[in-house]
Design a protein around this ligand. Structure first.
Ligand SMILES: [Zn+2]
Length: 351
């Protein structure tokens, strides 16, 4: 016995209807830029700097990956609660995801500025589905929300099991080992090699096929790479957008957000704020600098832009800290905290 075509159609329509009815509605788009739209529930205020920041940052990451701005697809960032994320991303325990739907990218996230998912949006705009160890690795490499250095991950012991995984899943090793591989491939062979490797390896490739594709593309074996970099640290790439602001009378300053001001990135609701102001500072002479935060108990972030694993310590400055700063451009992040008095991050050469 088999189902007639007609009853199959009726059954499938009923199922489809059930799915649509069960899915929670998505929040409306609140702000649209050139290629990024931000959707959030009406009580969320999206600050004016948010969409320009997302677009500028994605464009700069795409550029590093050899992807042109023109290839970036229309991307909608849905700020939604965990239940909607689980429903849309296909499982509990997934904090966010980015999906390509036709010629659009949809990001579902519980946090307002997931740089990790923006990297996936860039990848999915221009590249076919990739091997999870590479897609998660590259997304982790460019996720510069909390840049820091780390040594080789312990999950390298399961290298072959991890590179064989063909569906993205919340498996920590996929992220730590992927990050390690993406970092060293990019640093030793250039960012272009990431795309070459991505295209050379099918998502369903076995570990042996991945290793063969790696060797063919990069000219050395995966084991050689792991041995060569033994004992060395890696870090995230920090993508900075815009121009450094000026030093005034020998010191450089950025003020904390005091609300949804024009250049402030983030969101606020009647009972929650997630606001930040980014400032870029050019250090033209290496030396010891005093980094002062003019408020007690406030965490800020200072990170060297680019691929160098610049600072050991990128967050948690409070009071005055003396740091050695190499020549380069640094990104300072001042956070707005509900109930916190305004403060400044100040940098000046040690007297
Ligand atoms: Zn991811």
């Amino acid at each position: 016995m088999s189902l007639s075509t007609r009853s199959l159609v009726v059954l499938l329509s009923a199922l489809a209807l059930a799915c649509v009815e069960d899915e929670q509605p998505l929040p409306p788009v609140q702000v649209s830029g050139e290629f990024v739209s931000y959707a959030a529930s009406p009580e969320v205020e999206v600050c004016p700097g948010t969409v320009p920041h997302l677009e500028g940052w994605m464009t700069a990451v795409a550029d590093q990956l050899g992807i042109s701005t023109e290839s970036l697809l229309q991307t909608t960032y849905y700020l939604v609660d965990d239940e909607v994320v689980a429903e849309r991303c296909g499982g509990e325990g997934i904090g966010a995801c980015a999906q390509r739907v036709g010629d659009n990218i949809e990001i579902y996230a519980g946090s307002p500025l997931s740089h990790h998912e923006l990297v996936h949006a860039v990848q999915r705009s221009a590249w076919p589905l990739g091997k999870p160890v590479l897609s998660e690795g590259i997304a982790t490499l460019f996720d510069d929300g909390f840049p820091h250095r780390v040594g080789a991950p312990s999950a390298l012991m399961q290298l072959d099991d991890l590179i064989a995984i063909s569906d993205p899943q919340p498996e920590t090793g996929l992220y730590t080992v992927g990050w390690f591989l993406a970092y060293w491939v990019a640093v030793r062979h250039g960012e272009q090699a990431l795309e070459d490797l991505w295209l050379a390896v099918d998502p369903s490739a076995t570990a042996a096929e991945f290793r063969a594709g790696f060797e063919q593309t990069l000219g050395g074996s995966l084991d050689e790479l792991v041995e060569d970099v033994d004992g060395q640290n890696h870090c995230q790439f920090v993508t900075c957008v815009g121009e450094p602001s000026a030093w005034v009378d020998g010191s450089w300053t950025v003020a904390s957000p005091q609300g949804c001001e024009a250049d402030v990135v983030g969101i606020r609701t009647p009972d929650h704020e997630d606001l930040r102001r980014y400032g870029l500072v050019a250090v033209e002479e290496a030396g010891f600098y005093e980094v002062t935060v003019t408020a007690a108990g406030v965490s800020v972030s200072l990170a060297l832009c680019g691929r160098e694993c610049g600072l050991d310590y990128t967050a948690g400055f409070s009071g005055t800290t003396t740091s050695w700063l190499a020549v380069g451009v640094y990104r300072a992040e001042a956070y707005g905290i509900a109930g916190q008095a305004p403060y400044e991050i100040q940098i000046r050469p040690e007297p």
